[in-house]
Design a protein around this ligand. Structure first.
Ligand code: SF4
Length: 266
C-alpha cells in the first residue's frame, strides 16, 4: 500500500505491552508509569486480526516491541501465530535483552527471524545506572543465546546523546565488530519537543522514505511517532482504523504530546 506521498507502507511495529523490567532514564521515570489495565491491552486474537488485515493491504514486515515484549505472558505463542501468517516476510523483535537468554531459542523455533537488542554502554556500573535495574551480563548472555539460536541479523540499538563518537558508543561499536553484530546509533529523541534524527545504520527517522505504521498495546494505530493522530481498532474496526491511519499519515513528524516510548515502542 502507498500513502498520499507515494511512500510504500509495508512495515507494522506492534507494541504488545506497556510493561518493562527496566527503567531506562530516557524512557521511564524511576517510579515507572501508570500501567494500563489488563482489559485495555489487546488480546492475541485482536493483534492477529490487525496483522492479518494489514498483511492483506500490503504489510510484509512486522516488528514486535513493548515496553519490553519478553515480559508479555505467552509471547512465544504470539510469535508462532504471527510467524504462520502468509505474507509476513520480515519478522523481528526489539528487546532489552534481559530475558533473551531464556527466550532466544523458543522465539527462533517459533518463527522469529531477527532481533534488535538495546545496549548503550559496555560499562556494568553505567549500564545499571542507565537502566536503573539491569545487569549487563544478562544482556550479553542473551546476545550469545540469540547467536546460537540462529536469529539473524542481530542488531544492537545504541542510544547516544549526540554523536556515535561518544566513549560509550565507541566501546559498544568495538564490541559489535568483535562479535560480528550490526550497530544502530539512535540519538535521544524528545516527543514533546519534536526532536528526532535519522537512525545511523537504520531507516528510522527518515520521513521522506517512512514505511511504517505502529500499533500500540491498547489498540491504537498510529501513522507517525511524532504525531498525536491515532485510530482505535476496537472503536473503528481494524480495516477502518488502518485506512484512516494510512490516509492521514503526515508528510513528516512534528511532535507528540500523548505518545510515550514505553507504550509505543519507539
Ligand atoms: S517522524 Fe513520522 S513520518 Fe517521520 S520517520 Fe518517524 S514515523 Fe515516519
Amino acid at each position: 500500500m502507498f500513502d498520499k506521498y507515494n511512500r510504500r507502507i509495508n512495515y507494522l511495529r506492534i507494541s504488545v505491552t506497556d510493561r518493562c523490567n527496566l527503567r531506562c532514564v530516557y524512557c521511564m521515570p524511576a517510579e515507572g508509569i501508570q500501567l494500563m489495565q489488563h482489559d485495555e491491552i489487546l488480546s492475541f486474537d485482536e493483534i492477529l486480526e490487525v496483522v492479518n488485515a494489514a498483511v492483506e493491504q500490503g504489510i510484509d514486515k512486522i516488528r514486535i516491541t513493548g515496553g519490553e515484549p519478553l515480559v508479555r505472558r505467552g509471547i512465544v505463542d504470539l510469535v508462532r501465530m504471527i510467524g504462520q501468517i502468509k505474507g509476513v516476510k520480515d519478522f523481528g523483535m526489539t528487546t532489552n535483552g534481559i530475558y533473551l537468554d531464556k527466550f532466544a531459542k523458543p522465539l527462533f523455533d517459533a518463527g522469529l527471524q531477527r532481533i534488535n537488542v538495546s545496549l548503550d554502554t559496555m560499562n556494568p556500573e553505567k549500564y545499571k545506572a542507565l537502566t536503573r535495574l539491569g545487569d549487563i551480563n544478562m544482556v550479553l548472555n542473551g546476545i550469545d543465546a540469540a547467536k546460537k539460536a540462529g536469529l539473524d541479523p542481530i542488531k544492537i540499538n545504541c542510544v547516544i546523546k549526540e554523536s556515535s563518537k561518544e566513549k560509550d558508543a565507541q566501546e559498544v561499536s568495538e564490541f559489535c565488530i568483535k562479535n560480528d553484530l550490526k550497530i544502530r546509533f539512535i540519538r535521544e529523541m524528545d516527543l514533546e519537543k519534536g526532536q528526532f534524527w535519522k537512525v545511523q545504520g537504520g531507516e528510522g527517522g527518515s520521513c521522506q522514505i517512512c514505511n511504517r505504521l505502529r500499533l500500540t498495546s491498547n489498540g491504537k494505530i498510529k501513522p507517525c511517532l511524532f504525531s498525536d493522530l491515532e485510530y482505535d481498532v476496537r472503536e473503528l474496526g481494524v480495516k477502518q482504523a488502518l485506512n484512516l491511519a494510512l490516509g492521514n499519515k503526515p508528510k513528516s513528524g512534528t511532535q507528540s504530546l500523548i505518545n510515550k516510548f514505553s507504550n509505543i515502542g519507539g
